[in-house]
Design a protein around this ligand. Structure first.
Ligand SMILES: Cc1cc2nc3c(=O)[nH]c(=O)nc-3n(C[C@H](O)[C@H](O)[C@H](O)COP(=O)(O)OP(=O)(O)OC[C@H]3O[C@@H](n4cnc5c(N)ncnc54)[C@H](O)[C@@H]3O)c2cc1C
Length: 324
């Protein structure tokens, strides 16, 4: 079979690898230049910074943990230090593993050997008789496939399925699924690293604070890189309205209160995520009726946690294999 996978995040790449391993022709389309989706790493003033998910949560016994082990090349780091506070149920972090060069390393390795077309947003799926033809935003054809796995966040998956032969009820079911946004501020500061690698402060505007040097990444020019994610409420307010300076000021005030020391940022950067964690979750089986040639996966239709997102990608591949 020829299968297209839309999205090169955790779920899409799990599906793509599984289908390729089963001997099918797979093409992955990713709208960004980078791989990994919300497993996102940036290189800048502070060296390697995970400005999406802070680590991969790979509890033992999961398929995700097995894949991490298989693809590690001696560069896995268990973050040093403990956890302050508890992760929220919608973003668990029970057995964090990091890659010295950033969490995207895992996505890059999942993609080795796969045909990945980057920088192309799939905008339509047209009926082509026994097959499905993908199209981009300019109306260009992207190829003809027997099945399509859509791993984009639910609102984007709904936009795509709206321009496909799919039933409107399926689009409506996806449209009902919601995400929390996240605004993330990263700063470099000369400070003594705390004894934890991640903190989940209670009250205040910060949902999580991460010390990047605890992931086996040395301080750059003596400055420790701290990545702060605003709470869902604070992020929703700041997402389209607050300037980067305003976001950083709020985050730094809360960081000073948490560490109980003054913090002077030597550099700063802000990343805004419209879709971060799932607020209203759907059910994989309900969203994907048996026999459908367009299979939707991703965190909005998986139970909470990265292992379940990865499993959802494998389940999507299983649905496609069942068509064959
Ligand atoms: C700041 C932050 C912190 C987080 N912390 C945690 C945590 O502690 N614990 C936890 O469990 N989870 C956490 N998460 C969530 C976790 O990262 C996600 O649940 C998981 O990575 C989602 O994977 P996915 O494959 O479903 O989606 P994504 O990673 O979003 O992948 C979907 C991909 O599809 C692409 N795409 C979308 N539309 C199209 C299109 N039309 N054509 C082509 N490509 C398209 C996107 O560019 C993206 O690359 C966090 C997320 C963020 C942003």
């Amino acid at each position: 079979m020829r299968v297209a996978v839309v999205g090169a995040g955790l779920a899409g790449l799990a599906a793509a690898r599984c289908l390729a391993d089963a001997g099918h022709g797979v093409t992955v389309f990713e709208k960004s230049r980078g791989l990994g989706g919300r497993l996102a790493t940036r290189r800048g003033d502070g060296g390697v910074i995970d400005h999406g998910a802070p680590a991969i949560d790979a509890p033992q016994g999961t398929a995700l943990a097995a894949a991490v082990r298989e693809l590690a090349a001696g560069d896995l780091a268990i973050p040093a230090g403990g956890t302050l506070g508890a992760p929220p149920p919608d973003a668990p972090m029970t057995r964090p593993v990091a890659f010295a060069d950033g969490v995207t390393q895992f996505a890059k390795r999942l993609a080795v050997g796969l045909e990945v077309v980057r920088g192309v947003r799939v905008a339509a799926i047209r009926d082509a008789g026994d097959a499905l033809e993908l199209g981009d935003e300019q109306g260009n054809g992207l190829g003809v496939f027997d099945a399509v796995v859509v791993s984009a966040p639910a609102p984007q998956a709904a936009d795509l399925l709206e321009r496909s032969p799919e039933a409107p009820e399926r689009v409506a079911a996806l449209r009902a699924l919601r995400y929390h946004p996240a605004v993330v501020a990263a700063v470099g500061a000369r400070l003594t690293p705390p004894p934890w690698w991640i903190a989940y402060p209670e009250g205040g505007p910060l949902a999580a604070v991460v010390i990047e040097s605890a992931k086996g990444r040395p301080a750059v020019d003596g400055a420790v890189t701290v990545v702060m994610r605003l709470t869902a409420g604070a992020s929703a307010e700041a997402l389209d309205a607050a300037t980067d300076d305003a976001v950083t000021a709020v985050a730094l005030d809360a960081l000073e209160a948490l560490l109980d020391v003054p913090v002077h940022a030597e550099w700063r950067q802000v990343k805004r995520w419209r879709y971060c964690t799932v607020a209203t979750r759907g059910d994989f089986a309900a969203v994907n009726p048996p026999g459908t040639r367009i299979v939707v996966c991703g965190d909005a239709v998986s139970p909470p946690g990265m292992p379940a997102v990865y499993d959802g990608g494998l389940a999507a591949a299983g649905r496609v294999l069942a068509l064959a």
